[in-house]
Design a protein around this ligand. Sequence first.
Ligand code: MLT
Length: 397
Amino acid sequence: MAYINDNFTKIQHRYLFAEIAKRVAAYKEANPAAKIISLGIGDVTQPLASAVTQAMKKAVDDCTTTQNFHGYGPEQGYDFLRSKIIENDYAKRGISLTVDEIFISDGAKSDLGNIGDILSVNNIIGVTDPVYPVYVDTNSMAGRTIKYIPCTAENGFTGDIPSEKIDVMYLCFPNNPTGAVITRQGLKQWVDYALKNDTLILYDSAYEAFITDPAIPHSIYEIDGSKECAIEFRSFSKTAGFTGIRCGYTVIPNELKIQSESGKRVALNPVWNRRQCSKFNGASYISQRGAEAVFSAEGYSQTRATIQYYLTNAQIIRDSLSKSGLEVFGGENAPYIWVRTPEHDSWKFFDHLLHRAQVVVTPGAGFGPSGEGYIRITAFGTRENTKEAIERIERSL
Ligand code: MLT
């Protein structure tokens, strides 16, 4: 007899963004003429940099010849991309890594979930709350216990260092959903906690490209000792518009070792490599060539211009809503604006905005208990839609 993994029958019925899509579809069906603007899921709207599309076209052309055709690539990714990542994302910030410490993926979401494959189901998982649902859902699917660490306006949405012991701690800065950032000192406190308690930090820095304040760390490896306790996840999705192309990467330093259940210290890098070789065939050659072009002079300036476009949207959202009397957070070093709702119930405010303004946002409660009383607005819309959505929200208040 086949048995299902029962954990799947216990988790929340739908993925957050699927639930939102379902509510929006129902509204659309009842109101076919409604012109809905979505500032809900953080999906990009601006075209890829021409340096990236040209590199991908060239990669397609490569595949038309026997000589340059690419079949299965290395499971860890091509060295042409791994070395560019090391040079541009790390060496320039004084962090030294080697190519074998970089694993190219099809995006950070997959690896943030898949990393659980190499971790014991007995680990106690810590998440900052509100939280990107993928951390909670994937660990619940595996049957792990999850502890929520409240992130509130009072603690700057960075969470207090726990007094209890957490085995694996997810951190995401700039944060999804609150748009908060963590200072070097704040991040050092987490690293110190991890080193003291033998905690593994899973550091999601998918939004680091949106940091504008030079004092804010982009990588956890800017903090001493972090290579012994942290894995870092990054993505080209938000940095360079790859949500549909798919490419990201995971860094597992060679120094990083954790305990096996039989009491030995085991290096995680070769274990993840083993997992990838059996379960993953690499991101496509075409998307990796596109990602490589993000680091060219042209690609860099084009992608920076797009990031600036989204940051200007964020500023428009922040300024307009705060003028209307709403309390806003984030959006200065991140593409998300976290807004306190006029009434406590965030799903109710979501429904209000959908029905009265035809604007889709993300209800804070969908990100965890501490998200109640807030909504998240994304800055990834077009300028025109962003301005119109904000005007409509203001009129609906
Ligand atoms: C979000 O809206 O939180 C993100 O777009 C989801 C993701 O990156 O997977």
